[in-house]
Design a protein around this ligand. Structure first.
Ligand code: ZN
Length: 565
């Protein structure tokens, strides 16, 4: 044995002895900090009393007979064990001290402005007990995340006691719509990974997962009435990359069975997240057309796209069968997804085929679509088509979301007339949201230049610059009246997967900018946006989140460290 290896062995024996005898010594107590929680809670009140110290004798208790509370208690116990190593029991019988109480009180905060609703919560820490009460189950879940995020992440492994400072938190979200979108068409991600992603979203207080399930390069949801959608549409033999001009011959395939989709919906709901499915129509439909070529203007043949971009082929909306097809797909989707919002895409539809197609032109004449200025007859044909789908969804108690293309273009011209209940996802620029709000539509902010985490140009930004690209965007565009401002429901980040084939590179794009996005969605530091002092105050929270990511083995964009070096 070399001297070096001997020293290693000796130090290992010493460490083992220290661990064995550490029971005789009081371990160091690490006390958390609520001011390091991201997104920053709306109201924090520091107390004077000693902290609440977690120990193996701590219990989580909740009133009997409520399934949501019982699930939340188990979730908290699991997360506490992950964060502290402490196994904590749950019970419906409160002890006299050393417990964490979980409750739901729909009347909590009534009469108080802002602090109310099912997503609000009150977390109160005293030396003998912690009380966490949500206005609804979602508020309770957000409170659990705040409690976990307030715990310290030890720099070195060891035996510690963990404590929460005696503070009180009153918290609620600024915006009711806080979403993240993942494109599972260009590349496929497994059910297990989608669940992990939902855990990541839940940690950041998001309440919607927008699931992009169809595009030119793949159809990813089983539809029993139209089996060829997945038999044909869920597979492509490879992808042409513009850099080499060659097919890489790496097959991309996979789809979610209805059972798997239901499992994800359930998993997300338990964590306070609603899944919004998206089937992109009438453009970005090459995979569907490959399966059912009779739905296109030319009749095909078509192939599941092996190239990326915008294609001329759209669903032929001049044919009556097309609307029947869409309704058939939606009927099965509505049964799987209870979400009020259903996303129907509507983006990037060149009207080349529709202009030449006798069926589409006949439909334009039949509907008497004249068009004027930037509203061409073909644009109005798309407005008619999306409005038909919107009415179908409304009849089923749902609301349609569409990309802003259904309303306005890159030049901020109003080009379409979607029905008033349509929610507009403004992706081209923040002005797209302003246009929607002025035209009386509810809208969501997701600008490509700021909230597209897959955007290659912005992924080259490093350190503070890459974070400020997100942080400095006002969720509510400037220049709107109070009434128009109320149309802005919230914000969403999107991750398109053309260049994202694996989960490490997905997380590299997602983290830590999801934390930055969540600050806008939840706390909306609007009055400070663009202000360096506000950004600098966020940095300690960001560093704490990164410690948390590391402790969970998540990947993150490491150059962010340049922001504080
Ligand atoms: Zn046609």
């Amino acid at each position: 044995m070399t001297g070096h290896r001997f020293r290693l062995l000796a130090s290992a024996v010493l460490m083992a002895a220290l661990v064995l005898f550490s029971g005789c010594h009081r371990p160091e107590v690490l006390t958390g900090d609520f001011s390091l929680v991201s997104p920053l809670p709306q109201n924090l009140f520091a107390g004077e009393e000693p902290p609440f110290v977690l120990s193996p004798r701590t219990v989580i208790c909740y009133p009997e007979g409520n399934e949501e509370l019982s699930f939340a208690a188990d979730l908290l116990a699991g997360q506490l064990q992950q964060a502290t190593g402490c196994r904590i029991r749950t019970t419906t019988r409160p002890p006299r001290r050393n417990y964490i109480f979980l409750g739901i009180d729909p009347d909590m905060g009534s009469g108080l402005q802002d602090f109310q609703g099912p997503e609000s919560y009150c977390l109160s820490v005293e030396p003998a007990a912690v009380s966490l009460v949500g206005g609804g189950a979602q508020g309770l879940l957000h409170g659990i995340q705040t409690l976990i995020k307030a715990l310290p992440v030890p720099e070195t492994p060891g035996h510690y006691h963990f404590a929460l400072p005696a503070w009180t938190v009153f918290d609620y979200p600024e915006f009711p719509y806080r979403a993240f979108m993942l494109d599972c068409s260009r590349h496929f991600f497994t059910t297990d990974y989608v669940k992990k992603l939902i855990d990541i979203l839940a940690l950041h207080n998001l309440n919607y997962f927008h699931w992009h399930l169809s595009d030119d390069q793949g159809w990813r949801l089983e539809i029993k009435k139209y089996p060829r959608l997945t038999e044909v549409g869920s597979h492509r033999p490879g992808t042409y990359y513009s850099s080499t001009g060659a097919l890489d011959s790496i097959p991309v395939q996979g789809f979610y069975t209805q059972e798997e989709a239901r499992e994800i919906v359930r998993y997300a709901a338990e964590r306070g997240i609603t899944v919004i499915p998206e089937i992109d129509l009438p453009g970005h439909t090459m995979a569907a057309l490959a399966a059912y070529p009779e739905l296109g203007c030319t009749g095909g043949p078509y192939e599941v796209s092996t190239r990326y971009g915008v294609f001329d082929e759209l669903l032929c909306v001049g044919k009556d069968g097309t609307l029947d097809f869409v309704k058939g797909v939606l009927e099965e989707m509505l049964d799987i997804f209870p979400s009020e919002y259903i996303h129907l895409g509507g983006d990037e539809c060149p009207k080349v085929r529709w202009k030449e197609c006798p069926e589409c032109q006949r439909k334009i004449r039949e509907l008497g679509l004249k068009g004027s200025g930037s509203k061409t007859p073909e644009e109005l044909l798309q407005s008619w088509f999306t409005s038909e789908i919107e009415a179908f969804l409304a009849a089923h108690g749902r609301r349609m979301i569409c990309w802003n293309d259904v309303l306005c273009d890159w030049g901020n011209q109003v080009t379409g007339e979607p029905s008033r209940r349509t929610v507009i996802a403004g992706w081209m620029q923040p002005e797209s949201v302003a246009i929607a709000a002025r035209e009386g539509y509810d809208a969501i902010l997701c600008p490509v230049g700021h909230f597209y985490f897959s955007n290659a140009t912005y992924n080259r930004l490093r350190g503070a610059e890459s974070i400020r690209r997100v942080y400095d965007v006002p969720v509510i565009p400037e220049g709107l009246t109070p009434e128009q401002r109320r149309h802005v429901l919230g914000a969403e980040a999107c991750l398109w997967s053309e260049r994202v084939a694996d989960t490490d590179s997905l997380e590299w794009r997602l983290l830590p900018r999801l934390s930055t996005l969540s600050e806008l969605q939840w706390s909306n530091p609007a009055s400070h946006q663009g202000d360096t002092a506000s950004f600098n105050a966020y940095l300690p929270r960001l560093r704490h989140m990164i410690d948390l990511y590391t402790s969970r083995g998540w990947h993150w964009k490491t150059d962010i460290a340049e922001a504080w070096e």
